[in-house]
Design a protein around this ligand. Structure first.
Ligand SMILES: [Zn+2]
Length: 246
């Protein structure tokens, strides 16, 4: 709302009176929406509509996650679900921030496309042995964008003192049995990250201006075909985000 203590600190994500489209407020799939002026960010002229739409919820959310886990230049980052709408942009942003990036996907076909964005691509669900063997015993950071199917392998892929950024696939009922002793003795940090502040959006525009990131769009649909667009998204048959164009 721009007036609470969190908003005044630039932590709009933690706004005490937060309202979100698609959650508390209806009207997400619409041509026009009524939004408070202090919720807006000015989009620079050089930013395409595709890049603008992928910035707050994907790139800036990821940027905030990387900022919070203190991603440093030259570190190794592994991204699971790398062909998904979140994953393929996580790969690109981590690279733009100076990391060496390994993309993990289940599909040989998608691996070819990911080779364009990542430094290395690993295909398959059992990736931790290969990661440890090839990357100095384990990576610095894992971006876990899938959830329970990959999280065990992700944690095994970390070096001692590594950090796991948990994002993307939000299912409130999904559970996972965490081995506490292993987590403690391996000195692991696990960080959940959901959204972005306005400042993160501005930071992403700054990064992308210096090191371009390609908005990866699986398909575009007119607004009236949103049901078809959701089916496309569920099928997971292509790389990137599905866009609705009003
Ligand atoms: Zn607030």
């Amino acid at each position: 709302d721009g007036t609470c203590d969190m908003c005044l600190k630039g932590e709009e994500v933690y706004c005490r009176n937060r309202l979100s489209f698609g959650e508390e407020v209806d009207g997400f799939f619409a041509e026009y929406a009524r939004v408070a002026g202090n919720s807006l960010v000015k989009v620079p002229d050089w930013v395409s509509d595709e890049l603008a739409v992928l910035t707050p919820c994907v790139l800036a959310m990821l940027y905030r996650g990387f900022r919070r886990i203190n991603l440093n230049m030259g570190e190794t980052v592994l991204v699971t679900g790398a062909s998904g709408g979140v994953g393929v942009h996580a790969v690109q942003l981590a690279r733009a921030m100076g990391a060496r990036v390994i993309a993990v996907t289940r599909s040989e076909e998608k691996a070819k496309v990911l080779g364009k964005f990542a430094d290395d691509v690993i295909v398959g669900s059992g990736f931790s042995e290969e990661v440890k063997r090839r990357f100095n015993g384990g990576v610095d950071v894992v971006v876990e964008a899938v959830g329970t199917p990959t999280i065990s392998e992700s944690i095994r892929s970390l070096r001692a003192g590594g950090r796991l950024l948990l994002i993307g696939n939000v299912n409130p009922d999904e559970t996972y049995q965490l081995r506490l002793g292993y987590t403690i003795l391996k000195d692991i940090m696990i960080l959940g990250n959901a959204a972005a502040n306005r400042g993160d959006v501005a930071s992403v525009f700054g990064i992308v201006k210096a090191r371009p990131i390609e908005p990866v769009v699986a398909a575009k649909y007119p607004l009236r075909e949103f049901a078809e667009a959701l089916r496309m998204l569920e099928s997971g048959s292509r790389i990137g985000k599905v866009l609705l164009v009003p």
